[in-house]
Design a protein around this ligand. Structure first.
Ligand code: GDD
Ligand code: MN
Length: 402
């Protein structure tokens, strides 16, 4: 096989599915502006045509400032080999062959990780997405959009020859998405689109965790997307090869929606916070015993309780810092920063304690709620309060300045 740079394969990025803010130009090539990923599986018959058409189009619009990245999942029809054989004739073409990892969404992200552009795009390799639409999409990006989506459901958009069932399934999937993630799915008319481009800076630093086919949902859900532009397109019929969509993709789509919903609500983090809070109760009890019990030090109750509460707060802080919010504190090291977080945590907890007492009194005295039930409600409410406040104040993700 030819080993010169012009036809060697791109190394597959490993590790987290996270895109760097800094443009990857490790191989010394001048960074390009626009990187377009073509995910492929069994597309050997389509790749030569789609590469030719895209090259013709982009050579006219932004010569030398773009790259095409085919990301193939080791297709049995050797799509990657076909793409590789085209590289000497198409200097902007690059090819990645993934052997271990599988799946459309992760293929797109791996392609973007290897990309050099400030604008990251994706297009199907089977020519169902008409290449000409790219021109309008690029205009949208040039005018400052963070995300441009090619949509079947705006003016100029549509599907060519879809059966009633297929239209129904597509709209049904969109509706379910709207119910589970209204603030994400509702931002575009065609959230199922696999034809879009996004500003690198809008998705850099966010750890992606997609499942299945719908990478746009992931970008909308985790990215910092302000301005969105939509461009109409007609979904073409496939000429060669076949679609890889089966019932499995519908299940993965549902799983993906649920996962994103829980992540955005930070459910996992909240459970950890609750567990840590629970551990604090035991620390508090133990210290109270050691200090105030007649059989031990027999200090005054108030003094003992204040110390016990503070030790419990310190205990909770350490666990929260090392576990509940580990992803955030890892990026904010140093004793000063840590001390600041501890101080804020202390204040939030003290305000929480005051609220706890007030709420307990309110429920018990004013609404006549049973005192233990009232206490439970107060504790639950204050836990949520403490969690949100600490998330917003103590372990705030500070914007990284450029
Ligand atoms: N690397 C990689 N790995 N590529 C894949 C995989 C995979 O596991 N599965 C599919 N692809 C590639 C295909 O080769 C094709 O280039 C593209 O992803 C889309 O796959 P199709 O199987 O042709 O999808 P479709 O035509 O049914 O669905 C398309 O239509 C949707 C609109 O409803 C997809 O493009 C969606 O992204 C699009 O939104
Ligand atoms: Mn297709």
């Amino acid at each position: 096989m030819n080993n010169d740079r012009s036809s060697s394969l791109l190394p597959v990025p490993l590790g987290l599915l996270k895109i760097d803010e800094e443009v990857n130009s490790a191989n010394g090539v001048r960074p390009v502006w626009f990187s377009l990923v073509l995910p492929t599986y069994q597309e050997s018959k389509n790749v030569p045509t789609v590469v030719e058409r895209l090259t013709e189009l982009l050579d006219r619009k932004i010569p030398g400032e773009y790259e095409l990245i085919v990301v193939d999942d080791d297709s049995p029809d050797r799509t990657w080999e076909v793409a590789q054989s085209l590289m000497p004739d198409y200097p902007q073409l690059r090819t990645m062959r993934r052997i271990k990892e599988r799946g459309l969404s992760t293929a797109v992200i791996r392609g973007w990780q290897a990309a050099e552009g400030k604008i990251l795009g994706v297009i199907d390799a089977d020519l169902q997405h008409p290449p000409e639409v790219l021109l309008q999409m690029l205009d949208g990006m040039e005018k400052g959009a963070d995300l441009v989506v090619a949509s079947r459901h705006v003016e100029g958009g549509g599907v060519s020859d879809w059966s009633f069932i297929r239209r129904f399934l597509s709209r049904g999937a969109q509706t379910i998405g709207l119910v589970i993630l209204p603030g994400v799915v509702g931002r575009v008319s065609d959230p199922m689109s696999g034809y879009f481009m996004v500003r690198r800076s809008a998705i850099a630093f966010q750890k992606m965790n997609p499942l299945g086919y719908k990478i746009l949902i992931e970008v909308l859900g985790r990215g910092k997307i302000r301005e969105v532009v939509e461009v109409g397109y007609v979904f073409q019929e496939r000429q060669e090869g076949e679609s890889k969509v089966t019932w499995k993709q519908y299940l993965e789509y549902l799983g993906h929606l649920v996962r994103l919903r829980l992540d955005l609500w930070q459910i996992g983090r909240f459970v950890r916070f609750g567990v840590v809070g629970f551990s604090g109760v035991f620390v508090d009890m133990a210290v109270l015993y050691l200090l105030s019990d007649p059989s031990t030090l027999a200090w005054g109750l108030t003094r003992s309780k204040i110390i016990a509460a503070e030790v419990a707060i310190a205990n909770n802080f350490l666990w929260n810092d090392a576990w509940t919010f580990a992803d955030i504190s890892r990026g904010q090291k140093g004793w000063r920063q840590r001390g600041k977080r501890f101080l804020k945590f202390n204040i939030v907890c003290l305000v929480g304690l005051t609220l706890n007492v007030l709420l307990l009194n309110l429920l018990f005295n004013l609404f006549g709620v049973n005192r233990y039930l009232a206490n439970l409600i107060a504790i639950a409410a204050v836990t949520v309060w403490n969690f949100w406040l600490n998330l917003k104040l103590s372990w705030r993700v500070t914007e990284i300045k450029k």
